[in-house]
Design a binder for this molecule. Structure first.
Ligand code: NI
Length: 385
């Protein structure tokens, strides 16, 4: 029943997707996107509320009071110049929906329409949440701090995956995305003439020693069977070939799939930066910015999505490994049992093979109604438990 309903939605979902694709907006600046979502909900007869300026949520209430389940889509875009070749490309120069959040928004609008049409046929409430700022510092935590999870007992979200064929979803128990934390280090030495290094405290050499030592953080501190990644991604120091500068600045990312490893990475990175600087006579300021926790899928809630997809005739692919990318849906599933699944949007025959965050990223649009159907049926099956 759901499959037929959602298939009928496909042309409308494509239209929504293509429009949103033309108006990508960066984190917490999703004003046009948010207005469009609100207009669509009004058209569907769904009352909504605005949170954090551009976030939107709405409760679709069924027959009787019962459990409340949350469905979440992120709505922001990336600072990338689009090179996808589609004829509905971004009209916002330097900004692109290269992570498919326009598709997530379309899928959730579709799910809202499906659920609202049958709300006399289920008990409980489905809270739909359009969350801003996932690519930035994260809109999930401030939404939760504003009470978005009040009364909620389970949460579902999807993310597009162009490396999986349209028609399938990917699922996993346990950790599926990493904590994508960041570190920054300012090393302050003593500048001077490159001819007289003995009168200086060289921050560049200190930085180089720290970067080298960081290669041991994972290889010599973390169990080889436990995933972790440390990458130094920028160094800034000096601007003249014969002057040793006063300071050097390093930034990087530290990622893990569990909280124990996360703590160990922070501790070890700080210790190495400070001790190496001290041994060189330099000062060191170390900041570790905890972005999102690891995203952990609940087994029982994941099974609901797996069974929902199978009943809809959608292929279910079990992921063997988590990704070392992050998603702040982690905050939802840290507070209530949840699952985050990947929606296949690839089509090798049509050349739709570019990964998310690529300027050439695009999707097989026929997957949109599948996303709507799996979200809606997961919510209904959870409420019926
Ligand atoms: Ni994304």
């Amino acid at each position: 029943m759901f499959e037929n309903l959602s298939e009928k939605l496909q042309p409308e979902l494509s239209e929504i997707y293509r429009y949103l694709h033309t108006i990508p907006e960066l984190s917490f600046c999703e004003y046009k996107t948010s207005e469009y979502i609100g207009n669509k909900l009004t058209e569907y007869g769904i009352e909504f509320n605005v949170l954090l300026g551009t976030g939107i949520y709405a409760d679709i209430k069924g027959n009787n009071s019962g459990k409340t389940v949350l469905l979440r889509a992120d709505i922001d875009a990336l600072p990338i110049d689009e090179k996808s070749g589609v004829d509905f490309k971004s009209k916002h120069k330097g900004c692109m929906h290269a992570c498919g959040h326009d598709a997530h928004t379309s899928c959730l609008l579709g799910a809202a329409k499906l659920l609202n049409a049958i709300r006399d046929r289920f008990n409980g409430t489905v809270r739909i949440v359009f969350q801003p700022g996932e690519e930035g510092d994260g809109g999930a935590l401030p939404m939760i701090n504003n009470g978005i999870l009040n009364g909620v007992s389970a949460a579902f979200a999807l993310h597009v995956e162009p490396l999986e064929e349209a028609g399938n979803i990917q699922v996993k128990y346990g950790s599926i995305m990493a904590s994508p934390d960041e570190f920054e280090i300012t090393i302050t030495g003593k500048g001077g003439h490159g001819a007289y290094p003995h009168t200086c405290i060289d921050p560049i050499l200190t930085a180089a020693m720290i970067v080298n030592a960081y290669q041991t953080v994972v290889s010599r501190n973390i169990d080889p069977m436990v995933p972790a990644a440390v990458s130094v991604c920028s160094i800034k120091a000096g601007n003249c070939p014969n002057v040793i500068p006063d300071s050097a600045y390093i930034t990087g990312t530290a990622r893990s799939l569990d909280n124990e490893t996360r703590e160990k990475l922070e501790y070890t990175l700080e210790k190495i930066a400070k001790n190496t600087s001290e041994s060189m006579g330099a000062d060191c300021e170390f900041n570790f910015k905890k972005l999102f926790p690891p995203l952990i899928n609940d087994k029982k809630i994941t099974d609901i999505t797996v069974n929902a997809a199978r009943k809809l005739g959608i292929g279910v692919v079990w992921l063997e490994r988590a990704s070392m990318a992050g998603d702040d849906f982690a905050y939802f599933s840290q507070n209530v049992p949840g699952t985050y699944f990947k929606l296949g949007v690839g089509n090798k025959k049509r050349g739709i093979i570019h990964p998310i965050h690529s300027p050439e990223f695009r999707i097989e649009e026929s997957a949109l109604h599948i996303g709507s159907a799996v979200l809606a049926k997961s919510a209904l099956d959870y409420l019926a438990l």
